[in-house]
Design a protein around this ligand. Structure first.
Ligand code: PGA
Length: 266
């Protein structure tokens, strides 16, 4: 079993974009060819039925396997659910939790908190998604972010906190194109707020170890600027991640700006 990723920074969320295990495995192989080995920390999150073929396709590439969701239940009598332990045994090291597309299907904040607890107990790294549905000029999105964040990590201890990663994903910016993503300045403001809240909850030292990612219409065109000026550690990418070339361009473009200004974005 692969060891836990310390800090995954580029996460591909394949959602339900792919139809078959063959397609998923071939996308994984293509990605492997296009990404420089070990250049950046990358995870791909296929749908559950494709985890195994994708794990086999990734092999010893150094690209980590992630899942898009995990059950809040730990006991056996739950038809259709997939537990954190099962994911871990399948080679998964990271799991997306609290994505807005799951919250919109009725996943509540308590459920998100329990899923995070289950993931940590099984040795998975939770990538916790949060973000407001809409934005107005009054700044009410900060209250939404704070409420979601406090609730999500309510079962996480200070010792466990460095195993978390946060993905700030304003719902209004998801699934569009680079022009619709939020601006680097708006992102920086939200990231600072998340960092401050994490520091209040876990102390500054632990909070600094938690990477804050951004997700929502990330492409190679906007990624470098969002990275350097938005102050994020990396990205959770949906649509563009199902094209190996487009995803590799995002990762490689960010690697290039990181190497020219290494201290700003980590
Ligand atoms: P998008 O999705 O990149 O297609 O906007 C991001 C996400 O939902 O995680």
């Amino acid at each position: 079993m692969k060891s836990l990723p310390p800090r995954i920074l580029f996460v591909a969320n394949w959602k339900m974009y792919l139809d078959s295990p063959l397609q998923a495995a071939s996308l994984a192989r293509e990605l492997k060819r296009k990404l420089k080995k070990g250049a950046e920390r990358v995870a791909v999150c296929p749908p559950h039925p494709f985890l195994f073929p994708v794990a086999a396709a990734l092999g010893a590439s150094g690209i980590h396997l992630g899942a898009q969701d995990v059950s809040a239940f730990a006991d056996e009598k739950h038809t259709g659910e997939v537990s954190a332990r099962m994911l871990r045994q399948t080679g998964v090291s990271l799991v997306i939790i609290g994505h807005s597309e799951r919250r919109s299907q009725g996943e509540g904040e308590e459920q998100v908190a329990i899923k995070i607890e289950r993931a940590l107990a099984a040795g998975l790294a939770p990538l916790v998604c949060l973000g407001e549905e809409e934005r107005d000029q009054s700044g009410s999105h900060f209250a939404v972010i704070e409420r979601q964040l406090r609730s999500a990590v309510s079962r996480v201890s200070k010792r466990e906190a460095p195993r978390l990663a946060i993905a700030y994903e304003p719902v209004w910016a998801i699934g569009k194109s680079a022009e619709d993503a939020l601006s680097p300045a708006e992102l920086q403001e939200a990231v600072l707020f998340i960092r401050k809240t994490l520091a209040t909850l876990f102390g500054r030292a632990a909070a600094l170890k938690i990477p804050v990612l951004y997700g929502g219409s990330v492409e190679a065109a906007n990624a470098p600027e969002l990275l350097t000026e938005g102050g994020v550690a990396g990205f959770l990418v949906g649509r563009a991640s199902t094209d190996a070339g487009a995803f590799a361009r995002i990762v490689n473009a960010c690697a290039a700006v990181r190497s020219s200004a290494p201290s700003r974005s980590r």
